[in-house]
Structures are given as structure tokens and as C-alpha cells.
Design a protein around this ligand. Sequence first.
Ligand SMILES: Nc1nc2c(ncn2[C@@H]2O[C@H](COP(=O)(O)OP(=O)(O)O)[C@@H](O)[C@H]2O)c(=O)[nH]1
Ligand SMILES: [Mg+2]
Length: 324
Amino acid sequence: MTKCNGCGIELQDNDINSLGYTDNLSNKLCNRCFRLTNYGEYKKVSLNNNDYTKIIKSIPNDSLVLYTTDFLSLNIDNIDKFKQVLLVITKRDIIPRSVKEYKIINKLKKILPNIIDIIIVSSINNYNIDELYNKLIKYSDNKDIYVVGYTNTGKSTLVNKLIKNYTNYNYKITESMYPSTTLDIVKIKLNNLTIIDTPGLIDENNIINYLEKEELKKVLPKSSINPKTCQINGKGSIIIDKYLRLDYETNNTNSIIIYSSRLLDIKFNSIDNNKYKEYNKYTFNIDKGKDIVIRGLCFIKTTKEIKINIYIKNIKPVIRENLI
Ligand SMILES: Nc1nc2c(ncn2[C@@H]2O[C@H](COP(=O)(O)OP(=O)(O)O)[C@@H](O)[C@H]2O)c(=O)[nH]1
Ligand SMILES: [Mg+2]
């Protein structure tokens, strides 16, 4: 049985419409990875969380789990399924420069007292990758290291960075902005370490699973996130591109701060305008200690307590203690 070097799926030459197809079984990549890597062509796959859950369940308790999450979602649901966790916050390059790393780390350590360690990295900027590699050597104890986390958090890119920095292999796992690029486990020897890239979990509550190519390019931040501060007083509405409407009502001055990709269009609108009122409505009373997170799109803070209505489709906002 030969597996695709890019996504881990078993190669086959019988059915051009099924996953793993290649016209020559001696190829290293399946057609899907070949076309994605060389032409940016994307073919949606319909794996579901059952497939991933099976993979997650097969991870031995004593192996080191490198759990990835990116700054925009900071989704750590499911982290408690693993015993030995090194939490890796990926994409440091999109975190605003003003954000102090130690503050995020300290807050997360309080929420997650049982994990081994936390590190913030950027594969694109090669930031903290040596430190991560040293931690892998320190904590792995000759056991396999599984890279786990939600899709699109940068797992495969990180493994490729490790391959590039610490081996002579001319080898790359397929990485892309599309969710569900990696389809099965991909095992890599990194000198004395064994790293296993996994497809990751699908977060049905993340907007990226509902977007087409051009929208993904806009929503996924390419550079440092610029918080946008909206000064408010009275009644009004803030429209975030075509994705979200936020209605507010306040008797004093307040600020709503939105952390998102710079390419999103954020505008004020009058409360009487009906734009996006057909989306699902969620009401929140929040204060300055909380963030409203629209996973994959943005997170929102305020400087004082306020009641707001959010209109959005497909996904639900979640509330968390603010991390920055
Ligand atoms: N800005 C930024 N983007 C990254 C970084 N690492 C990965 N990405 C992007 O995140 C997307 C998902 O990456 P991928 O490695 O395929 O994620 P996976 O699904 O977790 O394996 C791709 O568009 C990558 O280019 C990073 O360090 N910084
Ligand atoms: Mg991947």
C-alpha cells in the first residue's frame, strides 16, 4: 500500500473520482495534491469528524501531542482529550505587535493547568521554530509526536518548516488555505524524532468551512491583524463585510474593537437599515473582560459593559475570557 506524500491518503488508480487517484501508482502525490500544489486547484472533500475522531482516538496516551491553534480562533476545544500536550499558537506574524506574548501564555496556563508547555511560533517567519524543536527533543521521550488541532491552523506548514530546517529531505506535505487539505496521517522522521501530521478536526463553528476561494483569501489574515476601534454612543450598527451585522445601544461613550483580517470592509450603518437582519440573531451582554469570538472571522472586545445583537449565518459567536 502506497500513500500520497502530500495528504496521507492511500493511492489508487481505479477511480478518477475517488480520493487518492493517480494515473501512475509510482507517483509520490495523488492527483488532488499535485493539482493543488502546482496549479492552486482545489477539490472539496467531504470527510467528516467521524474519520478524524477515529484518528484522534488511535493516538496513544503517552505520546506527545503538539496541539495547534491560531490566534484568530484560539480554539482549544478537545485539548483535554490528550494527556501530554504542548500547546502551539501558530501564525505569530498575524498577531498585532502590541500584544504581549507572556500575557496570552499566562492566561492560557491558568485555563489549562495540566498541559506541559505553551509556545507561540510562526512558520512563515521562522519565529521560535528552534525553540519549538528543542522542546520536542526535551518532551518527546522517544515517543511519537502527533500534530493535532483544527484544520487550517497551520499544522502541515509547521511540519514542513521542521523538515526544511532540520533535515536534508526534499519533501513537502501539502498545505493550503483550504480546510481539509490533509486527509490521513503523514509520518515523518525528523532525525531522532517521529512526527505525525494529522488531518485535524473540523470546526463546524468556524466560518472558513462555509467560504469559497476568493472569500477565504480575504478572511484569512495575510499580515498582522490591525485592531479596528469603533467609537460609539447611542444606537447604531456595524457591518463587517458581507458576514456580520452588530447592533449596539448605549447611553454613554464606549468602544467596540474588532480584530480581523485587514482586507475586510468594516462600516457603520444606521440601526434602521435592514441589512443582514435575515441572518441568525444572537444577543450578548458583555463587559471589558470578555471577547466575542466569531471563529475564523474576527474577535470583538468593548471597553465598557454593553448589550449587543449579532446577526450571522452558519456559525455561532462564542464568548471567552479575553486573552489580550
Ligand atoms: N500568516 C501565516 N499563515 C500561515 C502560517 N502557517 C500556515 N499558514 C497558512 O494557514 C493555512 C493552513 O495551513 P496548513 O498548514 O495547510 O494547515 P493545516 O490544515 O492545519 O495543516 C495556509 O494558507 C497557510 O499558508 C503562519 O505561520 N503564518
Ligand atoms: Mg494539514
